[in-house]
Ligand binder design. Structure first.
Ligand code: SF4
Length: 454
């Protein structure tokens, strides 16, 4: 439980349930910061809370359904604790707005992805018995400090790893994606504001920062582009590792590939979302690259850094995807040999272009394709992990492993590593030898503790 920063007799407890992506996790952190200024303690118990917020995700139907199931459970809690306040924020809130209040009477307020810093005013109105729907978008500016400074001035220790949002929203309108509707147009944050937050994090003990944005590598603000921003962050004292997610292949160019070689903190790991191996499906997805250009981008990275790990996103069963087109995706997977894939069955999202496309595939066809993909990828990961046995890796320790006398950490390539040794603590940087390959992780022994950072 975190302590509230101010101390008056009206201290309350807040529980926030987060769904979805890292951007939502980041927004939740900021909500806690805002609420701390309102004398709210963080609690891990719904039953104990005076305020419950669901920070929702609408990227897939399943995630959206979870929100309504949770609201059903909270209705029962509120029936025995009528003073409990319930708020719904995030992407479902942005899209559904009033419909949530109509559907679920126990909800007191609904707020959109642009409105989390308005929580204090909303809560005041809620305490006066007003029903609130705050989903108004802020001005359509391309550059804006969407995280006010007070929200990262706390001395709170964020841990060894932290996320840091540099853009929000997206202008790409891929035909399957709701993000442009739920998060709005792309806004880049001023570099000074980003650097101030990064400085704040590293001073508080963070050693690895992962930059966040829906299309992170299209960042541009006040004449600073994404590569320049990476250069500036790399200069921060005590920042050991820098990563970013999620880039778009169309904005991955030579200068960015070079940065992987020239910037010591930039980890040898890249997420490059492919989505499909078929050019026709890519066009229907509005992805604006072909397989030929995608292979060129992969080569651009691997020519410079053959050992870099590469992950991707894949959607199977997109409307109209034929067996041959699915096989093209499989061919890409076998050829590129990604280290990690995030794969999903296509899920219809109301309001998107793809929702209107004909030829939606049956669920069992999508499930079968996903299973084939996962089986193939599972073998590739096992082989790639086994090839790492005997190699020397740098591991940033994250903390204790659930196994007794063990610790866990990550390589620069972002492999999860377990070490049967408890002589290091979170923040230590180790040189290790990989001794074993498991399905989703590696085992290692310590060679030396090259730097103690904590
Ligand atoms: S680039 Fe990413 S966030 Fe933007 S519309 Fe496409 S899938 Fe959605």
């Amino acid at each position: 439980m975190e302590e509230a920063s101010q101390n008056t007799e009206t201290v309350k407890k807040v529980f926030i349930q987060t769904y979805g992506c890292q951007m939502n996790e980041y927004d939740t952190e900021k909500m806690f910061e805002v609420l701390k200024h309102q004398n709210y303690f963080q609690t891990d118990s719904r039953e104990d809370a005076d305020l419950i917020i669901l920070n929702t995700c609408s990227i897939r139907e399943k995630a959206e359904n979870k929100v309504y199931s949770e609201l059903g459970r909270l209705r029962k809690l509120k029936s025995v604790k009528p003073e409990l306040k319930i708020g719904v924020g995030g992407c479902v809130a942005q899209q559904e707005g009033k419909a949530i209040l109509r559907r679920e009477a126990s909800v007191d307020f609904v707020f959109g992805t642009d409105n989390l810093f308005e929580l204090p005013e909303m809560l005041k109105k809620v305490s006066r018995g007003q029903e609130i729907i705050q989903t108004k978008r802020h001005a359509r500016q391309k550059v804006r400090n969407f995280i006010p400074e007070y929200a990262f001035q706390q001395t709170q220790h964020h841990g060894i790893k932290a996320h840091l949002a540099i853009t929000k929203g997206c202008n790409n309108h891929c035909s399957f994606c709701v993000v442009p509707f739920t998060r709005g147009i792309e806004v880049s944050r001023e570099p000074e504001n980003i650097l101030a937050e990064a400085q704040r994090l590293t001073s508080a003990g963070t050693r690895e920062i992962c930059l966040l944005g829906q299309n992170v590598n299209s960042y541009k603000a006040n004449g600073v582009d994404f590569v320049e921003l990476l250069h500036r962050l790399d200069e921060l004292e005590n920042l050991q590792r820098l990563r970013f997610i999620s880039p778009h292949p169309k904005d991955f160019h030579e200068e960015l590939a070079d940065a992987f070689v020239t910037l010591p903190s930039l980890c040898e790991q890249m997420h490059l979302p492919l989505q499909s191996g078929s050019d026709r499906i890519l066009r229907r997805m509005r992805r604006w690259y072909t397989m030929e250009t995608f292979y060129e981008k992969v080569a651009m990275l691997r020519d410079r850094l053959p050992e870099a790990t590469l992950s991707t996103d894949l959607i199977v069963g997109f409307p109209g995807e034929t067996e041959e087109e699915f096989e093209m995706t499989m061919e890409a997977v076998r050829t590129i040999r990604f280290d990690l894939i995030y794969s999903f069955k296509y899920s219809t999202r109301p309001g998107t272009r793809a929702a209107e496309y004909p030829e939606h595939l049956a669920e069992d066809v999508k499930s079968k394709r996903l299973q084939i993909l996962l089986e193939t990828q599972g073998k590739i990961v096992q082989e790639k992990n086994e090839a790492l046995v005997g190699s020397i890796q740098e591991v940033l320790v994250q903390g204790k492993h659930y196994r007794k006398n063990s610790i866990t950490g990550r390589t620069r390539g972002n492999h999860s590593v377990h070490i049967n040794d408890s002589c290091a603590i979170a923040g230590d940087l180790l040189s290790v030898r990989i001794t074993g390959a498991l399905h989703n992780s590696l085992e290692a022994e310590i060679i030396s503790k090259s730097t103690v950072l904590s």
